[in-house]
Design a protein around this ligand. Structure first.
Ligand SMILES: Nc1ncnc2c1ncn2[C@@H]1O[C@H](COP(=O)(O)OP(=O)(O)OP(=O)(O)O)[C@@H](O)[C@H]1O
Ligand SMILES: [Mg+2]
Length: 149
């Protein structure tokens, strides 16, 4: 029997490209939502790290897209989907230290090449799919451990 996984909370956040004023606000919202649900602080911390890095990458590298937060009874899922250049070599982009950040982003402290690695380390399940010239979809899942509800 396939167990039905109830969606406890769903939020959709649009992301505008290059909008550094807005960058970081989605992870702040996600953090707030998860804390309001009474989730474990470590799960909340990991989800907000994942969200921040994914959000920054969408702002810096894509032409915009959206982030979907799904809280299910046993997991938090964060989906990032964008239109943009895509990632030609996902393994390479995932390596710590690899970055194509432009100078203006480096001047602001981005471009260490640690974002995807950090997302992966803080997720239990992590998957990137991308098509060059079309865009990128990232799915990060954080398991809550004991069923949440
Ligand atoms: N959504 C995306 N669309 C296109 N390219 C991306 C996207 N996300 C990441 N990349 C590419 O993958 C590289 C590595 O990303 P990662 O987040 O690991 O490091 P960074 O953004 O360069 O630096 P940091 O995250 O440490 O500030 C980026 O430099 C960029 O080339
Ligand atoms: Mg990054």
């Amino acid at each position: 029997m396939v167990r039905r996984t109830n969606v406890v909370l769903r939020r959709i956040y649009p992301i505008a490209p290059r909008d550094l004023e807005q960058a970081g606000t989605v992870s702040t919202h996600v953090r707030r939502e998860l804390l309001a649900l009474g989730m474990n602080p470590d799960v909340v911390r990991r989800a907000s790290v994942v969200c921040f890095e994914g959000e920054m990458n969408m702002v810096l590298y894509s032409q915009g897209g959206r982030i979907i937060l799904l809280v299910k009874e046993d997991r938090v899922e964060i989906l990032f989907s964008d239109h943009g250049p895509g990632i030609a070599d996902i393994d390479l982009a995932s390596q710590p230290g690899y970055s194509t950040a432009p100078d203006w982003a480096r001047e602001l402290g981005f471009g260490a090449g640690l974002g995807i690695n950090n997302m992966e380390k803080n997720s239990d399940l992590f998957k990137i799919r991308s098509r060059v010239g079309e865009g990128t979809v990232v799915r990060a899942t954080i398991l809550v451990g004991v069923p949440f509800f």
